[in-house]
Design a protein around this ligand. Sequence first.
Ligand code: UDP
Ligand code: MN
Length: 242
Amino acid sequence: SANTIYVITPTYRRPEQIADLTRLAQALMLVRDVHWLVVEDSHVKSPQLTALIQSFGVRYDHLIAPMPEKFKKIRGAKPKGVANRNRGLKWIRQNAVEGVVYFADDDNTYDVRLFNEMRNTQKVSMWPVGLCTKTGLSTPIVKNGKLIGFYDGWIAGRKFPVDMAGFAISVKFLQERPNAQMPYKPGFEEDGFLRTLAPFEPHEIELKADNCTKILVWHTQTKKNEPSLKVDKEKYKNTNVL
Ligand code: UDP
Ligand code: MN
């Protein structure tokens, strides 16, 4: 419907996955008219994941989109979540006519009030994201109600130096741009995607969260808990039998 927020969440298998998805789901459970597109980085749908998502009672679709092999092999920076997000965009092109699209990574922290900010997006809306890079936040800079630039720890020649969690797009606007997609370019996913929305210029950005003065989403990262599998060999040492 006109008010639906399509939340695209890339996710992949790791020990923290269920904890992260549960935290995100608990936020979405408090938001009306949400359609959650959970896109697994995998060749097959995990039935356990379907059961988990289903259990939250949030309207959802469970999709799959594996990261291409050539990127998986890279030892350095990978284009994380790109195949997943493009799969979500494809689903929206095929299934939605109005509403709003938001890319919500599984490990970020969302204030439920963020969703009301983005709900009436006409083209592209933006707001600050906390805990981003060395600057501590990434945000549009607003003066007298107008966008005059961007603050981000990593500008790197980007036209739109913003975080994935810092913007939403209207479905209608997206539908008018059939070639819009996210590039497999680590660090330039947001900028690359927003550039494919041309014609679209920074002055058209709709500024949310009280003229970008409020932080309603944080780019948190869950600490990896590696030893959980290695410990297996010595598991009896970790058991205290009464
Ligand atoms: N992701 C994925 N496959 C991967 C790595 C990450 O699908 O191999 C997903 C992950 O679940 C998250 C998004 O892509 O929703 C961004 O990844 P991550 O949170 O690790 O990136 P960072 O926070 O470091 O930018
Ligand atoms: Mn993350």
